[in-house]
Write a protein that binds this ligand. Structure first.
Ligand code: PMV
Length: 319
């Protein structure tokens, strides 16, 4: 009744921002991401009939605020009459700061919990369960370049290119620490209700997805860079147009974007993307990683940097 799984966050190049069904957390549009290798969440789930309630520790500390979402995810996956769970999560990178810790957490949770319960579930069913808790988590059940498509009823997720088929590096510039002011879930609902740009964002998403998929299939870095930066800035425009506005950036976020622009002007194969937080993720070809890392480290105000290659799907760890 006990199992441990490990999962990595993913970084969306074509973003998910908005739900078509809030109760089922069904995204309004598809998205496309890369799964990382060296940022990890390791989660142990121990299902125990003797427990009165679920317990969650994150990096050794009780995490009561995250517990309701975790319990709801377990209820959906295993049924409400399941045994209660003792859950231990270890994350080797900052939590709730725009580094997709919820994606790796819920991906690891569904893999560990399904094995602990002896449930025979395929990867897509697990992705759907994780996606109900955090839309982006569905993508961390898969490795490499991952596309999520949605219908009016359900999502479909698949790897469109494995990590080793087109090696890339991601350098993350940490520009602020601490939890964000508004969660991505609340912020995207606010955007859907109030941003005058939201409808057009949704309308054009299929077009951007097609362009990105084509770029990945052709391993066309310049095309992927162009559509990814466009999609990222468009998502942030939707956020900025919300009332009240949702602004996750700070001045160092902008400085990092300038750094990436300067590298591009020198012909370095790199592009930026930014999620619901102030951190800048620079995606580059492996030969450029050293130069990109150094330039971001030397950017005024950058607190820290992380570097990762592309990684594989969430998986079970043998005890
Ligand atoms: O899965 P959530 O609810 O944490 O939302 C993720 C939203 C973005 O990271 C901004 C975009 C994405 O596709 O990952």
């Amino acid at each position: 009744m006990r199992a441990t799984a490990v999962a990595q966050p993913n970084i969306a190049l074509i973003k998910y921002w908005g739900k078509q069904n809030i109760a089922e957390n069904l995204p309004a549009t598809g998205s496309l991401s890369v799964t990382l290798a060296s940022l990890t969440t390791r989660m142990t789930v121990d299902l125990n009939d003797a427990l009165q309630s679920d317990q969650l520790r994150v990096n050794g500390e009780p995490a009561a605020d995250m517990l309701p979402r975790v319990s709801a995810c377990l209820d959906y996956l295993l049924g409400a009459d399941r045994a209660k769970a003792s859950i231990d999560s270890e994350c080797n990178f900052p939590i709730a700061a725009g580094l997709a810790s919820s994606a790796s957490s819920f991906a690891a949770l569904v893999v560990a919990a399904s094995h602990a319960a002896g449930l025979e579930a395929d990867t897509l069913s697990l992705a759907r369960a994780a996606g109900r808790a955090s839309g982006s988590a569905a993508r961390s059940l898969y490795g490499g370049f991952v596309e999520l498509q949605t219908s009016a009823q359900e999502i479909h997720v698949e790897t469109i290119l494995a990590a080793e088929e087109w090696p890339m590096q991601v350098v993350v510039a940490i520009t602020a620490t601490g939890a964000k002011a508004i969660s991505s879930g609340d912020a995207m609902n606010l955007s859907a209700e109030t941003s005058p740009f939201y409808a057009s964002w949704v309308e054009h998403q299929d077009h951007d997805l097609r362009e990105a998929r084509r770029a990945v299939e052709a391993r066309d870095f310049a095309a992927l860079a162009e559509v990814s930066e466009h999609n990222c800035l468009k998502m942030h425009s939707v956020m900025w147009g919300s009332r009240p506005p949702v602004v996750y950036w700070n001045n160092v976020t902008l400085a990092c974007m300038e750094t990436v622009r300067a590298l591009q002007a020198d012909g370095v194969p790199v592009f930026f993307t930014i999620d619901a937080g102030p951190q800048v993720k620079a995606v580059c070809l492996p030969e450029a990683a050293g130069q990109v890392l150094k330039a971001l480290q030397q950017t005024d105000g950058v607190i820290d940097t992380l570097q990762s290659s592309l990684g594989n799907a969430a998986r079970l760890l043998e005890d």
